[in-house]
Design a protein around this ligand. Structure first.
Ligand code: SAM
Length: 285
C-alpha cells in the first residue's frame, strides 16, 4: 500500500496530469513515509472509524486512511486534483468519497448525521498554513461530533496551541484550543518532507476533543471576548487591555470590581491567567 510516498511516483503522477501547483491553495505534498506513519498513528485510526480528510492533494495520505478506516471522505478544493484522485491514485478504494469543495463551505454536521448516524468522526489534514486556524476553529464552533483532529500545521502554531500560562507562546489561540480539546504535538517535520518545500517548519498536532468542557461558563462568547481583548494588549495590565477593547460595554470600575471579586491583583496580566481564571472573570463581570 501507499506507493505514492515514493517521490519518484509523485513526480510521475504530477507530470502525467501536467499538474500546476497552486500557491493560493497552499499545496505542499508529503513525500515522507515516516511522517505519514506518525500522523496515522497519532490519529489512532481503526477499522470502525469514519474519517474526513481535508485537502487530500494527490491522495498520498488518503491511501493509508482508506486502508485503515471503515470509511473516508476526502474534501479537496482544487478541481484539477479530482481526476488524479478518481481515475488514478485512489480508484482502487470503494470505502472512499471524494468531494470537490471548500471545507469551510461544507455542512459537515449534516454529513455526519447522514453518513455516520451522528456518531463521532476523526479528522485528518495536512493543512495550508494560512487557513489552519479558521478551519480548526470552525470545526470546534460548529459542534461537529469529532473524536480527534490530527493536523500538520506550522510549528509556531502547534506550539501556541499547546502553550500554558506565563509562556511567550500562550495566547488566545492556546485558550480557544484548550477549551475544546487536549493538544499533543506528535512530531516535528522538516521542510524536506514535502514537495515543493515550504518556507516554514511544520509539526503534527493531535487535538482530542473533551467529553466535557474543562470549565463551565454561562456565555463562552463573552469569555472569549475577554480573552481576545486581554491578548490584543499583551503589554498592558488586564484591566487596561479590557478597558481599551471593551470600554463601551464595561466601565473600568466594573472591571476592577470583577478582578477584586475573583481575588486577582489590579496589576494582573492576561498571560498569567489560566482558562479557569478567565472563566471565573467572565462569570464575575
Ligand atoms: N494531504 C496532501 C499531502 O499531505 O500530500 C496535500 C496537503 S497540501 C499542504 C493542502 C491541500 O489542501 C491541497 O491539496 C489543497 O488544494 C487543499 N486545500 C486548500 N484549501 C482547502 C480548502 N479550503 N478546502 C479543502 N481543501 C483545501
Amino acid at each position: 500500500m501507499g506507493y505514492l510516498i515514493d517521490p519518484k511516483e509523485t513526480i510521475e503522477i504530477l507530470n502525467k496530469y501536467k499538474f500546476v501547483f497552486q500557491k493560493r491553495f497552499g499545496q505542499n505534498f508529503l513525500i515522507d513515509q515516516h511522517v505519514l506513519d506518525k500522523i496515522i498513528n497519532a490519529a489512532e485510526i481503526g477499522p470502525d472509524d469514519f474519517v474526513v480528510e481535508i485537502g487530500p492533494g494527490i491522495g498520498t495520505m488518503t491511501q493509508f486512511l482508506c486502508e485503515k478506516a471503515r470509511e473516508v471522505v476526502a474534501v479537496e478544493i482544487d478541481k484539477n486534483l479530482i481526476p488524479i484522485l478518481q481515475e488514478d491514485t485512489l480508484k482502487a478504494y470503494d470505502n472512499l468519497t471524494i468531494i470537490n469543495d471548500d471545507i469551510l463551505k461544507l455542512d459537515l454536521n449534516k454529513m455526519v448525521q447522514e453518513r455516520n448516524n451522528g456518531k463521532k468522526i476523526k479528522v485528518v489534514a495536512n493543512l495550508p498554513y494560512y487557513i489552519t486556524t479558521p478551519i480548526i476553529m470552525q470545526l470546534f464552533e460548529d459542534h461537529i461530533p469529532i473524536e480527534n483532529i490530527t493536523v500538520m500545521v506550522q510549528t509556531e502554531v502547534a506550539e501556541r496551541m499547546q502553550a500554558g500560562p506565563g509562556t511567550k507562546d500562550y495566547g488566545a489561540l492556546s485558550l480557544a484550543v484548550q477549551y475544546y480539546a487536549d493538544p499533543y504535538i506528535a512530531a516535528y517535520v522538516p521542510q524536506n518532507c514535502f514537495m515543493p518545500r515550504p518556507n516554514v517548519q511544520s509539526a503534527v498536532i493531535r487535538l482530542k476533543l473533551h467529553e466535557d468542557k474543562p470549565v463551565k461558563v454561562t456565555d463562552d462568547k463573552k469569555m472569549f471576548s475577554l480573552i481576545r481583548a486581554s491578548f490584543n494588549h499583551r503589554r498592558k495590565t488586564l484591566v487596561n487591555g479590557l478597558t481599551a477593547d471593551l470600554g463601551n460595554i464595561y466601565t473600568k470600575e466594573q472591571i476592577l470590581n470583577a478582578l477584586k471579586k475573583c481575588g486577582f491583583k489590579e496589576t494582573v496580566r492576561g498571560e498569567e491567567l489560566t482558562l479557569e481564571k478567565f472563566a471565573e472573570l467572565s462569570e464575575a463581570l
